[in-house]
Write a protein that binds this ligand. Structure first.
Ligand SMILES: NC(=O)c1ccc[n+]([C@@H]2O[C@H](COP(=O)([O-])OP(=O)(O)OC[C@H]3O[C@@H](n4cnc5c(N)ncnc54)[C@H](OP(=O)(O)O)[C@@H]3O)[C@@H](O)[C@H]2O)c1
Length: 342
């Protein structure tokens, strides 16, 4: 059994971790934290967990995690970096669902996140937790930086094109849409029901924090890779839809085969048949990324459509996939639930 802690158990990714882990056969959730609900039974706050989780929320603090093998930080940025060093030195592995360890250039991270990094020496040691790219390194890692939700959808759409040199690497445009749960559970006017329902808007056109993250990872595959990234807020609860464009000469048949071959052994990436249009609802609640690749001969452009559930493959599911690898378990353990339809 792997004993785990969840810091930030009242947030959307924290409760999603608990939902998935409650049917994981090899995991015992030892501790789950919330400052605002400390002492309350988890099932009193989340009724979907009645009968499944007997736990109460604890105050967060390094001492509470001493019986854990691994701790998930499902917390805002700048939280895990304050505690990771103490946990790692006690032999406890860490997966941060936030961005504290995702960007290798600490100066660049500090520019985008607006604070001084609390443990810059650990950044190098952290492995970017995208199993489709870094599986072997994740197996050996003690500290994993779980990828952002938009980056997961965009990077998976681009890996085969970049690795096979099919595109002009600087011509990439990622036009992405996210459900509102991507913004977390804290109330804000910008994400209130009346502000987002029956409306769609772009945001952070001049620079979103996921841009340097996506750029860094794409440049590990092709140093000239660069992109324009425009996120949009959609009136839905879960889901990310990335439409990714890039210039290059090719054909539908050839690129379809390249994607199918590239992802043939990936348990959580589903390359759909030629001319498909994946829907966000087709991944709701499950750890899949569904991808369709199109080629437009008249404009010499590839268009890749990639959908994930931001809370699952974009956060908690991917974190559990990483935990499985770090714990020597089969990567798919506990992650075989099918999507909810409609
Ligand atoms: N939502 C998504 O789709 C998504 C996807 C990928 C990655 N992420 C990242 O995952 C992290 C969590 O996201 P979320 O959407 O679950 O956020 P959230 O809904 O806002 O939840 C944050 C959680 O952290 C706790 N918390 C806040 N400050 C804390 C602190 N200083 N120490 C300990 N606990 C603290 C909160 O509970 P208390 O205040 O009660 O302690 C709450 O349980 C964020 O960094 C986010 O960027 C989110």
């Amino acid at each position: 059994m792997v004993n785990v802690g969840i810091v930030g158990g009242t947030g959307y990714t924290g409760v999603e971790l608990l939902r998935i882990l409650s049917s994981h056969p090899q995991v015992n959730v030892e501790v789950i934290t919330s400052r605002s609900n400390a002492g309350k039974p988890v099932a009193e706050v989340f009724h979907n967990l009645r009968g499944m989780a007997e736990l109460r929320f604890n105050e967060p603090g390094v001492d509470s995690y001493q019986n854990c093998d691994l701790v998930f930080f499902a917390t805002p940025n700048n939280t895990a970096m304050e505690q990771a060093e103490a946990l790692l030195s006690s032999g406890i592995k860490v997966i941060d669902l936030a961005a504290d360890f995702r960007i290798k250039d600490v100066g660049l991270w500090e520019k985008w996140y607006g604070v001084t990094h609390a443990c810059p020496d650990l950044v190098d040691q952290a492995v970017y937790g995208l199993p489709e790219l870094n599986r072997d390194a994740i197996r050996e890692a003690d500290l994993v930086a779980n990828p952002g939700c938009y980056p997961t959808s965009v990077i998976l759409a681009l890996l085969p094109l970049l690795e096979q040199n099919l595109i002009d690497p600087a011509s990439i445009i990622a036009d992405c849409k996210s459900g509102v749960s991507g913004a977390g559970r804290s109330a804000s006017a910008a994400t209130a029901f009346c502000e987002v329902t029956e409306s769609v808007k772009a945001y952070a056109v001049d620079g979103h924090r996921h841009l340097p993250e996506i750029r860094q990872i794409l440049q590990t595959v092709n140093k000239d890779a660069d992109l324009v990234f425009t996120p949009h807020l959609m009136p839905m609860i879960r889901g990310i839809h990335a439409t990714v464009y890039a210039d290059g000469k090719g054909s539908s048949e050839k690129v379809q085969q390249i994607f199918e071959d590239y992802y043939s052994n990936e348990p959580f990436v589903d390359v759909m048949p030629v001319a498909s249009h994946p829907e966000t609802r087709s991944v709701k609640g499950a750890n899949h990324c569904r991808i369709a690749v199109h080629y437009l001969p008249e404009s010499n452009k590839y268009v890749v459509l990639s959908v994930i559930d931001n809370l699952v493959k974009g956060a908690a599911g991917q974190a559990i996939q990483n935990m499985n690898l770090m714990s020597g378990l089969d990567e798919t353990t506990g992650l075989d639930a099918l999507e909810i339809m409609p």
